[in-house]
Design a protein around this ligand. Structure first.
Ligand SMILES: *[C@@H]1O[C@H](CO)[C@@H](O)[C@H](O)[C@H]1NC(C)=O
Ligand SMILES: *[C@@H]1O[C@H](CO)[C@@H](O)[C@H](O)[C@H]1NC(C)=O
Ligand SMILES: *[C@@H]1O[C@H](CO)[C@@H](O)[C@H](O)[C@H]1NC(C)=O
Length: 299
């Protein structure tokens, strides 16, 4: 039960208090193939949040003018534009002006991170990434390269198409295609992920904004067949030049050169890694309450 708390400010003439619910607002960003508000997915999730945290303000981001449009945009509207649109929505919402917690589902997680890095109106306290692909993907959903040689063939084939500028402009998932066999090509040609990960240059404001987070929580689904490699959900990826051996965030160049502020955030105790068994986004509500809501959303 949410307890009303008093928010007080001392002014010259005395103490002014307003009663309000203590819960920080929550912003959700759905994944590919989903929308802000379907009753079987994020609509239900929002209802559960409001049951647990009475009075909390929850905004589930809709990109576009309708739910159908929102689903289409998850495939075809460039992430840079989606992030701009989300930034406008947040800037114009007075309920979010004091800050909020953010929960991303799958690709919505890296879009929320881009929002943190680029949008000054988005004052995010805790950023929760559920199965996000922070180092991108190299593989097709349900097509593990080790289990199936054809899959490796297809991903090699896709390398040629994904970085074509036509495809980069038109297919969302190409903007976070990460080819470990051609790291330089990825860094130069990815029109989204390479930028938000400060691959070519270090954008200092991205770093500063990451460091404004209280916590960045990454959740990895160990048996995820949608995301290749699964370690991308923990900001890990293949070692450059091949597609078998992995390197995790703490051993990566991104971390060691602290190009994005993640090492400093980690040193402040703000980086968290939670792994759980199961396929993509398969988690139980009691797990969510205990591991995410209690520590990160009940503030
Ligand atoms: C850093 O990112 C911000 C927000 O996207 C952008 O406005 C700015 O131009 C970037 N700075 C550099 C040096 O690229
Ligand atoms: C799930 O993944 C874990 C860790 O990689 C592994 O130990 C386990 O065997 C997997 N379970 C299934 C059912 O594949
Ligand atoms: C990465 O691996 C090292 C061991 O090489 C381990 O100490 C560290 O905790 C790992 N980091 C992550 C984020 O899993």
């Amino acid at each position: 039960m949410g307890v009303p708390i008093l928010r007080c400010t001392t002014l010259i003439l005395g103490l002014f208090c307003v009663a309000s619910y203590g819960y920080t607002p929550i912003v959700l960003w759905h994944g590919m193939g989903d929308s802000c508000c379907f009753s079987f997915s994020l609509g239900a999730f929002k209802n559960r949040l409001t049951q647990q945290l009475p009075g909390v303000y929850v905004l589930s981001l809709r990109i576009g003018s309708s739910m159908v449009n929102d689903v289409e945009n998850g495939y075809f509207m460039h992430p840079n534009k989606q992030v701009e649109e989300a930034c406008e929505t947040i800037k114009n919402d007075p309920k979010l002006s004091d800050g909020f917690n953010a929960v991303g589902f799958s690709q919505g997680s890296q879009f929320l991170r881009a929002l943190v890095q680029r949008c000054s109106a988005a004052k995010v306290k805790n950023l929760i990434s559920l199965g996000g692909q922070h180092q991108g993907v190299y593989g097709l959903p349900n097509c593990g390269s080790l289990s199936h040689p054809t899959c490796d063939y297809f991903r090699r084939l896709l390398n040629h198409a994904a970085y074509n500028s036509f495809v980069q402009k038109r297919l969302v998932q190409a903007t976070y295609w990460h080819d470990p066999l051609n790291e330089d090509l990825y860094k130069k040609s990815s029109t989204f992920l390479s930028d938000i990960n400060n691959e070519l240059t270090v954008n200092e404001s991205y770093k500063e904004n990451i460091l404004k987070l209280d916590n960045f929580v990454m959740v990895l689904f160990e048996n995820d067949t949608m995301v290749q490699p699964v370690e991308s959900e923990f900001f890990g990826f293949y070692k450059p030049g091949q597609s078998v051996e992995l390197v995790n965030l703490t051993n990566s160049q991104l971390y060691n050169e602290d190009r994005l502020g993640l090492r400093e955030l980690d040193n402040k105790g703000g980086l968290h890694f939670l792994a759980l068994p199961g396929n993509h986004l398969e988690f139980e509500w009691p797990w969510f309450i205990k591991m995410i809501m209690e520590p990160y959303l009940k503030n």
